[in-house]
Design a protein around this ligand. Structure first.
Ligand code: TRP
Length: 363
């Protein structure tokens, strides 16, 4: 069976370091591993509109930002198909048919939908499109026969729901769709990077993100202002590294090579953590190290982005080509789905022959 990747992001803002360690970095590694037959990376504008119906301009402006962030991180259009969700009408068509296989109560139980409804104060006025986006996400995944979906852990319930739809479809209409596997980040700290304020999630509206395209000064300011252990008041005090955002970031980013380069007094993160726990290590020193590490990670990304920014029409060319390739793949799956569901009237010679025979015999 072909190994196929499908994943994507909603274009509601620029991508931040949480996206990077949670998913983008891994995607680039997977792309360059040569282990996959096809890779589809989708800018999920249609999904972004499910809770931004009144902000079409925001979604439209962020499509290019996300595309630039993708390319900057090292996604290569020669190896990965970058495309825009709304340009693939087959996805909406699949969604409509999958809706027949999902109950309202199952959607209500989807933990991601549940918490997003709360976050957006949608309780009494949920847009139907938003409520059903897990079904549309199942269409995104299955349209490309994806075997592997690299995403952050918040997407786990979406993948569960997708698998259920696949199983249901295949049991009702015969083996047609491919069941995908989720691929989570392998480093625990990367599962969910907290905001610089220590809040559980980085989010644009909370203003607690470090963006991939952010300039070095502003990154430094953010790192130096990061929340740490509130009880670590003086340098001599013992500090806590668990749930301390500075150390969670170091867990995600700091390799031994960075210690050799920027903080050679310590061999590795374990030694640094031990010192912090014992007391005698100040937050400023740790933050300065973290700043050096993040700057080193983000500099090549920012440089590549600046190159791509010089030719925006070329980026749209990439997205257009990617969307054409993606549409061809989705059209193939849709045609298989329609024959499985017996709604392929004009291609079904047997159906026509059988029905003519029926009426001739009756004559
Ligand atoms: N829900 C994802 C996000 O919020 C975006 C997305 C849409 C997606 N369709 C997908 C991710 C299919 C993986 C597979 O970022």
């Amino acid at each position: 069976m072909a190994k196929i990747i499908l994943t994507g992001d909603r274009p509601t803002g620029k991508l931040h370091v949480g996206h990077y360690v949670g998913s983008l970095k891994r995607r680039v590694e997977l792309q360059n591993s040569g282990n996959f037959d096809k890779i589809f990376i989708m800018i999920a504008d249609a999904q972004a509109l499910t809770d931004n119906a009144e902000n079409p301009e925001k979604v439209r402006q962020n499509v290019i930002e996300v595309a630039l962030d993708y390319l900057a991180c090292g996604l290569d259009p020669a190896k990965s198909n970058l495309f825009i969700q709304s340009q693939i009408p087959e996805l909406t068509e699949l969604t409509f048919y999958y809706m027949d296989l999902v109950t309202v109560s199952r959607l209500q139980r989807n933990p991601t939908v549940k918490s997003e409804i709360q976050m957006r104060n949608f309780e009494t006025s949920i847009p139907v499109g938003f409520f059903t986006y897990p079904i549309s996400q199942a269409a995104d995944i299955t349209a490309f026969k994806a075997t592997t979906v690299p995403v952050g852990e918040d997407q786990e319930p979406m993948l569960e729901q997708c698998k259920e739809i696949v199983r249901k479809f295949n049991s009702v209409y015969g083996d047609t769709l491919t069941e995908p596997e989720i691929l989570l980040p392998d480093n625990q700290a990367c599962l969910r990077l907290p905001g610089i304020d220590g809040k559980a999630k980085m989010s644009k509206s909370l203003g607690n993100c470090i963006y991939l395209s952010e300039d070095p000064d502003s990154i430094k300011k953010k790192v130096m202002s990061m929340f740490t252990d509130p009880n670590h008041l003086r340098v001599e005090d013992p500090g806590k590294v668990e749930d301390n955002p500075v150390f969670v970031y170091l867990d995600a980013f700091a390799t031994d090579a960075y210690f050799a380069e920027f903080l050679p007094d310590y061999q590795n993160l374990d030694e640094l953590k031990d010192h912090y726990r014992r007391g005698g290590l100040g937050d400023v020193k740790v933050k300065k190290f973290l700043n050096n590490v993040i700057q080193a990670e983000l500099e090549p990304i920012r440089k590549r982005r600046q190159e791509y920014q010089k030719d925006i029409p070329y980026i749209y060319e990439i997205l257009k080509k990617g969307s054409e390739t993606a549409e061809a793949a989705a059209a193939q799956t849709l045609s298989e789905v329609k024959s499985a569901m017996k709604i392929n009237y004009f291609e079904d010679k047997e159906l026509i022959a059988m029905q003519s025979a029926k009426y001739h015999d009756a004559e």
